[in-house]
Design a protein around this ligand. Structure first.
Ligand code: GLN
Length: 248
């Protein structure tokens, strides 16, 4: 009887350790589609990209297990705010407004916003020439705020993902797209080649940061890991792999 009891207790302890290990997995959100930062690799069906691999390197550095959860971008800040997510790496711009509700790591990529039009567009030259025009961008992103504050378009059409937004420009449903520089540049050099062009300046220069619930103890650890990865060449190698150039 005593032996059975000891065995039972040992089993219970082992089980509880397993469940804690699983419960210990962090839930880390990423955008469904924000290439080359995150996108589904058609060959493997898995998410990959700069953000995905940078997070993998950070997690290894600080010794945490995690589940990657791709989701619509607009759900990430609310998910962090309610602490349903432990971290979010999704080309997320560090803004004062977001800093009121979530914490950010140090910046890990310098970005900004660009204006994209059809190759034969002549009237739209920059942010000041959008009066009466219809512009597309993605829900919950910094472009929405920027357009509200700096332009006077007839309408801003909001899309849940990048693909739909770019398609709308190609099919003539909107006059321009405003969105993040690396994603626009990637579209111009690949799928939109010859059909679209960038006009105006680089607007709203902002770094991307990794988001956390307010007060998360991960912030300090992730910042230390970022410093290590920059110093030991891992960050540089990932940057070159995904953007084809040295970090700038
Ligand atoms: N950088 C933009 C933002 O933070 C867009 C990010 C995204 O669409 N993944 O709002």
């Amino acid at each position: 009887m005593k032996r059975t009891m000891t065995l039972f207790i040992a089993l219970a302890i082992a089980l509880s350790m397993i469940t804690t290990a699983f419960a210990g997995n962090l839930t880390v959100a990423t955008d469904t589609n924000f290439p080359p930062f995150e996108f589904k690799d058609p060959k493997t069906g898995e998410h990959t990209g700069f953000d995905v691999e940078l997070w993998a390197a950070i997690a290894k550095e600080i010794g945490v297990q995690y589940d990657l959860q791709p989701m619509a971008f607009k759900g990430i800040v609310p998910g962090l705010q309610s602490a349903q997510l432990d971290a979010g790496i999704a080309g997320m711009s560090i803004t004062d407004k977001r800093k009121e509700v979530i914490d950010f790591s140090d910046g890990y990529y310098n970005s900004g916003l660009l204006l994209l039009v059809k190759a034969d567009e002549t009237a739209i030259k920059d942010i000041k020439t959008l009066d009466g025009k219809v512009i597309a961008t993605k829900q919950g992103t910094t472009s929405v705020e920027f357009l509200k504050e700096n332009a006077n378009p007839k309408e801003v059409k909001l899309f849940p993902n990048d693909n739909a937004m770019f398609m709308e420009l190609l099919t003539g449903g909107v006059d321009a797209v405003m969105f993040d520089k690396p994603v626009v540049e990637s579209f111009v050099s690949k799928r939109g080649k010859g059909e679209v062009k960038i006009v105006g300046d680089l607007y709203a220069g902002q770094p991307y940061g990794i988001g956390f619930p307010k007060g998360s103890e991960l912030v300090g650890k992730v910042n230390a890991a970022l410093k290590t990865l920059k110093a030991n060449g891992t960050y540089n190698a990932l940057y070159k792999k995904w953007f084809g150039v040295e970090p700038r």
